[in-house]
Ligand binder design. Structure first.
Ligand code: IMP
Length: 181
């Protein structure tokens, strides 16, 4: 049976299972454990969406790291906008540091570009990004997205930290916007 849920005025259908997501998280953790061995990067988690992915991922990381959070917002309802707001800024010194951004999703890349600009301005030595999901068809940048858990179509999703106007973050599976034909 298809699993459909309702959040506010919209219906969503189960799209990626808990197990698939856990496996994607483990694969990213393995890659990071190789790439950051003997290093101590600053791990920059983007609030609110990435906290669940970050918590799952960090438990699997074997290298030492410093954790910090940043909160930017460009989304209104189910659409990304160019109007980027900094709700919580950078609090750690990033000068000459390797920075690993943790994202729940990379969509157009606007948020990522804003963070890269900010981190470059503050003198970060290296900037990489690990994202649980990515919409390659919506991505508009030339910047590499270094660690991608699951590539998805350009359709709105919720669950595992991703929300629709505040709801859905707690869902353990990922759900896709459901449109009745
Ligand atoms: P970008 O700046 O367009 O790459 O979008 C990044 C941010 O938009 C993410 O961190 C999310 O907060 C939000 N976002 C993008 N796509 C989705 C989606 O399908 N569901 C929920 N939030 C999304």
């Amino acid at each position: 049976m298809q699993e459909i849920i309702q959040l506010h005025d919209k219906k969503f259908i189960k799209f990626i299972s808990d197990e698939q997501i856990d496996e994607a998280v483990s694969i990213i953790a393995e890659q990071l454990n190789k790439d950051y061995v003997d290093d101590q990067p600053l791990i920059l988690v983007t609030l609110n969406g990435a906290i669940i992915f970050a918590a799952d991922l960090l438990k699997k990381l074997q290298f030492s790291s410093v954790l910090s959070c940043i909160k930017l917002s460009s989304y209104e309802g189910t659409t990304s906008t160019d109007n980027m707001k900094t709700l919580i800024g950078l609090t750690e010194d990033v000068k000459d540091k390797r920075v690993l951004i943790i994202e729940d999703i990379v969509d157009t890349g606007n948020t990522y570009q804003t963070m890269v600009n900010l981190l470059n301005e503050k003198g970060a030595k290296e900037i990489r990004i690990a994202t649980l999901t990515m919409k390659p068809d919506a991505y508009q940048l030339d910047l590499p997205v270094h660690y991608v858990g699951i590539a998805i179509p350009d359709k709105f999703v919720v669950g595992r930290g991703l929300d629709y106007n505040g709801l859905g973050r707690n869902l353990k599976d990922i759900y896709q916007l459901f449109t009745e034909e």
